[in-house]
Design a protein around this ligand. Structure first.
Ligand code: ADP
Length: 727
């Protein structure tokens, strides 16, 4: 089932989604990390190349400055070597020569000519004698012992006027033409000038630059000497050897290296200064070289964090949404289960039918009624399973419900069973949204719900009742006929008895004694009374049986007629009669209704109070339900005790002896029979000694007509239903 699969996906998705999101985030971070590492390597490479280039440039610049200075030194050496003796006496001239010699070399602070004893012979600053001695200056001693006219750059401590500065000295040997050691020409260099030059090439704020001699001594530096990296041995060896330029990398110097006082990782590059035994050393803090990379990486990491957060939030939101979907799905399933349970456990058969009448779903109960498997029925129409005779009205009812003509339909019909028999069901058909079409608009084609109940037993019971009712009706009719025939036939012999008794009385009275005459008198009275009884009984049995069909009739006329029939009694009793101007129309048998009121009015006069003349009043009103008229006959007679309210309507039941009031006890039972035949009823309200009210309720004309029409239809339907009865 597709929705099951959907449900499974819904249940597993949140977890899968989270795992996927996590994996994606991890992947992004791994790639980001690799990328950052790669760019770091590139950046370090770039910084290295850069530092090499810078060290070479600085070396080139330094070489230019120093060569310029050395040019001056070389020419002064030549000048003083050649004219040594002459300048011994021309001190002013020697000073002038020195001044002119260093004029084009801005890095030179002082130029000195030192003799073989280490004493200062001439100086550029003044022709005056100078008391300094350079005898123990290692460079001086070196020149004295080496014949080569090589340039030496060295540090000399104890220089300056206070003897406390360390001077950077450049020197060359002064040799006589025969090679004898004459002394040294030395120049004190301006370290500040050189430092400025080195500073100029500094690309990194934390970069340190130094000028090294061949044994690794730092001659000039942009920072305290101890912070500079040591000159690598390779470089030192190269400086000691004759030629060869090119930069050398010192590599990254770890912060804990013994010869390195810095507290950070740095890397260094060294380049030879021209062909001099000097090198420029440059050291750059790794941190700074990677600053740009670090900024970029941080920015990138920030971006990744944001991305991760966005991913996480999205995942959370989505997870919530998916959860909600899953919950809703569960609810739907729960509802579906509930519906299924109701559907399958319902006591009645239920089928869901689409707009074309095809069964989409059917419950077990329905299948059981049809004595078929559910799958046999799904996809077919219920009309197919209906017996052919019942199809027509089934189709009509379904159509009415489908078009909305009636909100629902209920009817009885038969389904054909597989064994060839039929089953009676009561079907209730109501419209519903067509499940199959999935269209929920009001114009959507309507399916319907069919609820079916097996009414075979109910119908059987109904038939039994109908049979019994029919038997009862038959027996009633027979009884009435019997009463009629009996009373009718009894009249004949009674008349004979009575007439012969009267003959006996008239012709033979003289021959009889008093007792015999009395006896004959009793017999005549008995026969007379019996005749009255039989007549009343005849009247009673005639109600309904001999009655005409009911027709609309004016009660005013019926009551008037009754009064007319009683005119003698009214006159004799001096009764006063009060009738309403108009009484309503009812559906009735005129003769019977007239008789009913004649009886009631007659009783009202007959059972008058001995102390007062009778006052009889007829009134009319609607009953509480508004469906019937209640016509009441009020009198001011002797009244009836409440315990006799029922009894007076029974046949032959009287409350008084014959001596007190004439009568047979049949009148009120005739009234009851007439009222009931007209769909009404009769009852009495009374207070002994004050009077009675006899009330007759008769259905209003329209109500009676509608009931009659319905009864006619039911009669018709009943006959049709019986036509459909299985053979
Ligand atoms: P009958 O009048 O022939 O005796 P009915 O069936 O007419 O028979 O009345 C039954 C009894 O109801 C009467 O015997 C009488 O006792 C009582 N009855 C009827 N109508 C009245 C009335 N208007 N007032 C008092 N009692 C009455």
């Amino acid at each position: 089932m597709p929705h099951r699969r959907l449900a499974r996906v819904m249940h597993s998705t949140p977890a899968a989604f989270l795992a996927g999101g996590l994996a994606l985030t991890l992947l992004i971070w791994v790639i980001g990390g690799a990328f950052a590492w790669h760019s770091r390597t590139t950046e370090v490479e770039r910084a290295r190349a850069m530092s090499r280039a810078v060290s070479e440039t600085l070396a080139f610049n330094a070489a230019a400055t120093l060569q310029n200075m050395d040019g001056a030194l070389t020419s002064l050496t030549a000048e003083f070597g050649a004219n040594w003796a002459r300048y011994e006496f021309e001190r002013f001239r020697a000073t002038g020569i020195l001044r002119a010699g260093i004029a084009g070399a801005p890095a030179v602070r002082e130029a000195l000519v030192i003799d073989a004893m280490g004493r200062v012979l001439h100086r550029n600053s003044s022709p005056e004698p100078d008391l300094r001695t350079f005898a123990d200056w290692p460079a001086f001693q070196w020149h004295r012992s080496h014949r080569a006219p090589a340039l030496r750059l060295s540090l000399r401590e104890g220089g300056g006027f206070d003897g406390r500065t360390t001077d950077l000295m450049a020197s060359r040997r002064l040799s006589a033409p025969d090679g004898r050691f004459l002394g040294v020409v030395a120049m004190s260099l301006d370290r500040g000038y050189l430092e400025t030059e080195l500073h100029a090439g500094r690309l990194w704020t934390g970069g340190l630059v130094g000028l090294y001699d061949e044994v690794g001594r730092v001659l000039v530096a942009t920072a305290p000497v101890q912070r500079l990296p040591a000159l690598p041995d390779v470089m030192s060896a190269r400086l000691l050897a004759a030629g060869g330029g090119g930069a050398i990398e010192g590599g990254v110097i770890p912060r804990h290296a013994a010869d390195h006082a810095e507290d950070e990782d740095r890397f260094a590059a060294f380049a030879r200064v021209g062909d001099m035994p000097l090198a420029i050393g440059l050291s750059v803090p790794l941190e700074e070289a990677l600053a740009r990379w670090r900024d970029d990486t941080l920015r990138f990491a920030g971006l990744l964090v944001v991305l991760t957060l966005v991913l996480a939030l999205t995942a959370l939101a989505l997870r919530g949404a998916l959860r909600e979907i899953a919950t809703n799905q569960r609810k739907v399933e729960e509802n579906e289960r509930r519906f299924r349970s109701i559907f399958n456990n319902a006591g009645a058969g239920i089928a869901l039918v689409d707009a074309n009448g095809v069964v989409a779903e059917i419950n077990e109960q329905f299948a059981r009624i049809l004595q078929r498997e559910r799958r046999e029925v799904v996809g077919r129409t219920l009309l197919d399973l209906t017996v052919p005779e019942d199809r027509h009205f089934s189709r009509e009812a379904a159509e009415k419900v489908r078009t909305g003509e009636t909100p629902a339909a209920q009817y009885e019909k038969r389904y054909a069973l597989p064994d060839g028999s039929t089953v009676w069901v009561e079907v209730t058909l109501s419209p519903q949204i067509d499940v199959a079409s999935r269209d929920l608009s009001p114009q959507a084609p309507r399916g319907s719900v069919v609820v079916a109940r097996d009414i075979t037993q109910r119908r059987a019971a109904r038939e039994v009742i109908q049979d019994k009712t029919r038997a009862l009706e038959r027996s009633n009719v027979e009884l009435e006929e019997f009463a009629y025939v009996a009373s009718h036939d009894l009249q004949e012999p009674l008349r004979t008895v009575a007439s012969y008794l009267q003959l006996l009385q008239r012709r033979h009275a003289a021959k009889l004694d008093d007792d015999a005459r009395d006896y004959i008198g009793f017999a005549v009275a008995g026969a007379h009374r019996m005749s009255l009884l039989i007549q009343d009984l005849l009247q009673y049995s005639r109600v309904g049986r001999m009655g005409k069909p009911l027709k609309p009739l004016d009660l005013t006329a019926a009551v008037r007629q009754a009064c007319d029939a009683l005119s003698t009694a009214i006159k004799e009793s001096r009764a006063s009669l009060e009738l309403p101007d108009r009484l309503p129309m009812v559906l009735g048998d005129e003769a019977e209704i007239t008789r009913l009121f004649q009886n009631l009015l007659g009783n009202a006069i007959k059972y008058r109070h001995p102390d007062r003349p009778p006052v009889v009043r007829v009134t009319v009103e609607e009953d509480a339900g508004g469906e019937a008229w209640v016509i009441s006959v009020h009198d001011n007679g002797i009244g009836i005790a409440p315990q006799y309210f029922e009894k007076v309507f029974k046949i032959f039941q009287r409350l008084h002896g014959r001596d007190a009031y004439e009568g047979t006890g049949v009148g009120l039972s005739i009234c009851k029979k007439i009222a009931e035949r007209h769909g009404g009823r009769i009852w009495v309200e009374s207070e002994p000694d004050h009077g009675s009210v006899f009330r007759v309720a008769l259905p209003k004309l329209e109500v009676a007509l509608a009931a009659a029409a319905q009864a006619a239809e039911a009669d018709d339907g009943g006959s049709r239903a019986s036509e459909r009865e299985p053979a």
